[in-house]
Write a protein that binds this ligand. Structure first.
Ligand code: ATP
Ligand code: MG
Length: 133
């Protein structure tokens, strides 16, 4: 069984869509094994997105991710990393396939509703970053 890490981002929490998003995961064989709702500090958001620190959107992304509560999640399931990425769809909601989470709940390329680990290595790092304390 594989684990992946997910975040329901501030825009999706504000829109009252936590339940709908988790239901999509559960209906596709993913099980919530860890969850915590919190406001991210700038330090946490910067650390989590450190790989993007040189990108032009970094400061804006950190500001968005700290703008309200998020739901941190670990999902477990067969092929969980790829399964969750597929359910989310493309980074830019405008380019995401119909029926995907980002198409349904994303507002912009930045406020795209959810995060999902891009690889098993990233998943292990990200689960540890938020849940192994
Ligand atoms: P995530 O890592 O959140 O699952 P992703 O792997 O699809 O998304 P990344 O390229 O890792 O996309 O970007 C991380 C996050 O940075 C995106 O989810 C989005 O919130 C934001 N982002 C990415 N590209 C842009 C951009 N061009 N402008 C503004 N924000 C962006
Ligand atoms: Mg990414």
């Amino acid at each position: 069984m594989e684990k992946t890490f997910a975040i329901i981002k501030p825009n999706a929490v504000k829109k009252n869509c936590i339940g709908k998003i988790i239901a999509m995961a559960e209906d596709n064989g993913l099980k919530v094994v860890s969850a915590r709702m919190q406001n991210l500090s700038s330090k946490e958001a910067e650390g989590f997105y450190a790989e993007h620190s040189q990108r032009p959107f970094f400061q804006s992304l950190v500001k968005f991710m700290t703008s309200g509560p998020v739901l941190l999640l670990a999902f477990e399931g067969e092929n969980a990393v790829e399964k969750w990425r597929k359910l989310m769809g493309a980074t830019d909601p405008a380019k995401a396939a119909p029926g995907t989470i980002r198409k349904l709940f994303g507002d912009s390329i930045e406020a795209n509703g959810t995060h999902g680990s891009e690889s098993l290595t990233a998943a292990q790092r990200e689960v540890a970053f938020f849940f192994d304390k």
